[in-house]
Design a protein around this ligand. Structure first.
Ligand code: ZN
Length: 434
């Protein structure tokens, strides 16, 4: 998504857990952002898989480990972090093992953060700059541990600090904090490069990881890539909510209620046998009807219970469990053309926009846009008097490279008016031919 400006990092949280492999990992890219957050009164906790005991050349690991722990605690304190834990996994031998995943899960359960910040796990920072194996294994373990947690126990947001940023934190006021924080790894840095003063080494590194960004208004920023986002559907509803929702629509269907309004509108706007993505499909009501009308439908929802109901009640479409904020159908099933081909229409009905994680609306819309044919449409419908205002939605539409082509007050196309409490919006790509 490099073609879009970076989104501001959400700040509607109180506790963040920084998960890394070694001492100094937080300081290389995150400390300036951490300084900003703790200055705002937020709680940030550091957890480190190893004590970095193999990190100082010529120093016995038995001496090195405790020294690096001391330097790490000093470094954390400078940016307002008083809680630092070390798990004792072997430095330079970090592997994505059940033991490491268990330690990650336990830390998440103990700290109970709304935001998890992890290490970059890709193979290269840039062409010819390979990532460390410890970092890649650790990052994979964090994602695996997160995905294995019960859906309603997962922290709402998981980011990695790396080169493919989706979000940025303005750290203009906290550059010096970050330099001092990295400089606290005094012994480590002075052995690493004896000819270059520690503070100069730290400044060079911090300047590199907090450079002014053209894609963030020219401001100095720390970049983070959103890897997981639990929607409000998961975090803000009661246990049993999914089954309640399934039963409610099954009952209405049994009573002969007209549940096809959304599908009729979409059907009128596309050609015969169109490819349609039902985004946030729930138990499959809209996509199921569109399939019956002869369209080729893929449905995606984050809630496995709803997907199971869709498969049971509406066989035919492809129903997939997936997170809309990181949707990548091409990456998840590269050889499956039925899933990966771009879509003629994408529908997000049933208040999907309202149940997203707050602050991820633009990211979700840009992931949907990435799955759309150039002349395709995205159609959303949601109540505008709940947690997402129409103004915020329109800002997200703009940030995602889309525009509103039509807006109605209902799925049967009554005119939109200022007092309407529901909005059906037809979106197109700004670059589309017409
Ligand atoms: Zn490291």
């Amino acid at each position: 998504m490099a073609e879009h400006p970076l989104l501001p990092f959400p700040e509607d949280w109180t506790t963040a857990l920084v998960l890394v492999a070694h001492p100094d990992d937080p300081e290389y890219g995150m400390a300036a952002a951490v300084a900003r957050w703790t200055a705002q009164g937020r709680r940030v906790v550091y957890a480190l898989a190893s004590s970095g005991e193999a990190g100082i050349e010529g120093l016995d690991p038995a001496e090195c480990g405790p020294l690096r722990e001391t330097e790490q605690r000093a470094s954390a304190a400078i940016v307002g972090v008083d809680e630092v834990e070390f798990w004792g996994f072997p430095d330079s031998e970090i592997r994505n093992t059940p033991e490491l995943r268990a330690a990650i899960t336990q830390a998440i359960e103990r700290v109970s953060p709304e935001v998890v910040l992890s290490l970059y796990g890709g193979p290269e920072w840039a062409p010819g700059q390979p990532n460390q194996r410890d970092h890649m294994e650790f990052s994979a373990a964090v994602l695996d541990a997160y995905d294995a947690m019960a859906i309603d126990h997962r922290p709402p947001l998981l980011f990695e600090n790396g080169p493919h940023a989706t979000h940025a934190v303005d750290v203009t006021e906290h550059i010096e904090d970050a330099v001092r924080s990295l400089s606290a790894h005094d012994r480590y840095l002075s052995v690493l490069d004896p000819d270059n003063p520690v503070t100069e080494q730290a400044r060079t590194q911090v300047d590199m990881t907090t450079a002014a960004r053209d894609d963030f208004g020219g401001r100095r920023a720390s970049g983070f890539e959103l890897k997981r986002a639990a929607p409000r559907w998961v975090t803000d509803t009661d246990p049993g909510h999914s089954q309640w929702y399934i039963d409610r629509f099954r009952t209405m269907a049994d009573e002969g209620a007209d549940l096809d309004g959304e599908a009729r509108m979409i059907d009128a706007m596309v050609g015969r046998g169109a490819r349609i993505l039902d985004a946030g499909c729930g138990p499959g009501r809209v996509g199921g009807r569109l399939h019956t009308l002869g369209h080729r439908v893929v449905g995606v929802d984050v809630d496995p219970e709803l997907i199971a109901a869709a498969r049971a009640d509406h066989p035919g479409p492809r129903w997939l469990v997936g997170d809309l904020s990181i949707l990548d159908l091409g990456g998840s099933a590269p050889d499956d053309a039925e899933v990966t081909e771009p879509f003629d229409a994408i529908v997000a009905a049933g208040n999907v926009m309202v149940f997203l994680r707050s602050g991820t609306e633009a990211q979700v819309l840009s992931r949907l846009a990435a799955h759309l044919r150039p002349d395709g449409i995205i159609v959303t419908g949601f109540h505008t008097n709940r947690d997402l205002s129409l103004a915020d939605f329109d800002a997200a539409v703009e940030a995602a490279g889309l525009y509103v082509e039509h807006r109605f007050a209902t799925w049967d196309l009554r005119a939109f008016h200022p007092d309407a409490d529901f909005a059906v919006s037809v979106l197109r790509l700004r670059t589309s031919p017409s």
